[in-house]
Design a protein around this ligand. Structure first.
Ligand SMILES: CC(C)(COP(=O)(O)OP(=O)(O)OC[C@H]1O[C@@H](n2cnc3c(N)ncnc32)[C@H](O)[C@@H]1OP(=O)(O)O)[C@@H](O)C(=O)NCCC(=O)NCCS
Length: 325
């Protein structure tokens, strides 16, 4: 049994096509849906998002991100013990996207399964993989967040369709005597399921119910701001970790105004908050690993930094993972 798991490599993958606010606004106008590039950017911080075309899949993006993370760690696919993939937008009902990725990258000996916690999916997946490593069940894991949220968009609903994008991010973690993942704290409140959901299902060969994402934006906004600050402080207290020792916050990238409010609650200067929502939009479970990978590539986050990863979203779910890089 190992005391910790540690992140050895990160990776990311985006669809081919970046769609600017202006391009999206023109597309929506052609359908009679009124919005503006300026409204989107000032209310959310989003400047563009990447959207999959018909031939692009969740599995392809997840596999590319996974291979990049393995490459960064200097590990071969057939050395991977576990693949945990967080998604709410799998390519198919089953088998899981994690199993499809296993086949795609040739991770022959891995066990593989999906986790569904919507925009908190990545911190949930990382917590599960970390627990399995620390309990000695596996020696390493690929943890992936990968989404094609564009396939859940109602392009007639301007309150949601301007917010989301597609993409994948991954980390490779391994048992380690040194920290590593310092601690995790997850929460759910199923009574708030109604504020953000896609309730449709397949039944008798048909889609029954609503196949689109629906959201009470203001309720989600209020909830996110209220839970993320207290969740961070709860985790720090349980670890005897001092707020002033935190180097970076890598939060779920939904709305820049949510990120600023959480940073203010934690008294963190803005340069310590990784913000990629402008480039990617909200990519749900992919947003945290995409942002982490970006900050590492930009040499913003370096070895030894204390980094807080935070997710929040449908369920309602939220959670934090504190990592020493
Ligand atoms: C969705 C969100 C951006 C809306 O911003 P807001 O400042 O709360 O805006 P409101 O909902 O108060 O709407 C203000 C006005 O803008 C309008 N509006 C909404 N979307 C618009 C758009 N794309 N373009 C132009 N106007 C829009 C509304 O209809 C409303 O008009 P009204 O005052 O005439 O009724 C914001 O609530 C948000 O980010 N919520 C959290 C979303 C989130 O994080 N989701 C994922 C969680 S994982």
């Amino acid at each position: 049994m190992s005391q910790y798991s540690a992140i050895l490599g990160t990776g990311a993958s985006l669809p081919r096509r970046a769609v600017s606010n202006q391009e999206l606004t023109e597309f929506l106008a052609s359908r009679g849906v009124e919005t503006s590039a300026e409204w989107i950017e000032t209310r959310t911080g989003i400047k563009q998002r990447y959207l999959c075309e018909a031939d692009e899949t969740n599995c392809q993006m997840a596999s590319r991100a996974a291979l990049q993370a393995l490459n960064a760690a200097g590990v071969l696919p057939d050395q991977v013990d576990l693949i945990v993939l967080a998604t709410s937008t799998p390519d198919q009902v089953f088998p899981s996207t994690a199993c499809a990725v296993q086949a795609e990258i040739g991770a022959k000996k891995a066990m593989a399964f999906d986790i569904q916690a919507v925009c908190s999916g990545f911190v949930y997946a990382l917590t599960v993989a970390d627990s399995m490593i620390r309990s000695g069940q596996v020696g390493n894991a690929l943890v992936i967040g990968s989404e094609v949220f564009s396939r859940l968009m109602d392009w007639n609903d301007r309150t949601t369709c301007v917010l989301f994008g597609d993409g994948a991010g991954a980390v490779f973690i391994q048992a380690s005597a040194e920290p590593g993942i310092l601690g995790c704290k997850l929460h759910s409140d199923g009574t708030l399921g109604c504020i953000l959901n896609t309730t449709g299902r397949i039944d008798g060969g048909k889609i029954v119910g609503d196949p689109f994402l629906r959201m009470d934006g203001q309720a989600v906004f209020r909830q996110a701001v209220s839970v993320l600050g207290s969740n961070a402080l709860e985790l720090f207290e349980s670890l005897d970790f001092r707020l002033e020792d935190l180097d970076f916050l890598v939060p779920h990238q939904a709305n820049v105004r949510i990120l600023h409010s959480v940073a203010k609650k934690l008294k963190l200067p803005e340069e310590r908050v990784v913000i990629t929502v402008g480039m990617h939009g909200n990519t749900s479970a992919a947003s945290v690993p995409l942002a982490l990978n970006h900050a590492i590539e930009q040499k913003q986050i370096k070895k030894g930094d204390n980094v807080l990863l935070q997710g929040v979203g449908g369920g309602f779910t939220w959670g934090s993972v504190l990592v020493r890089m």
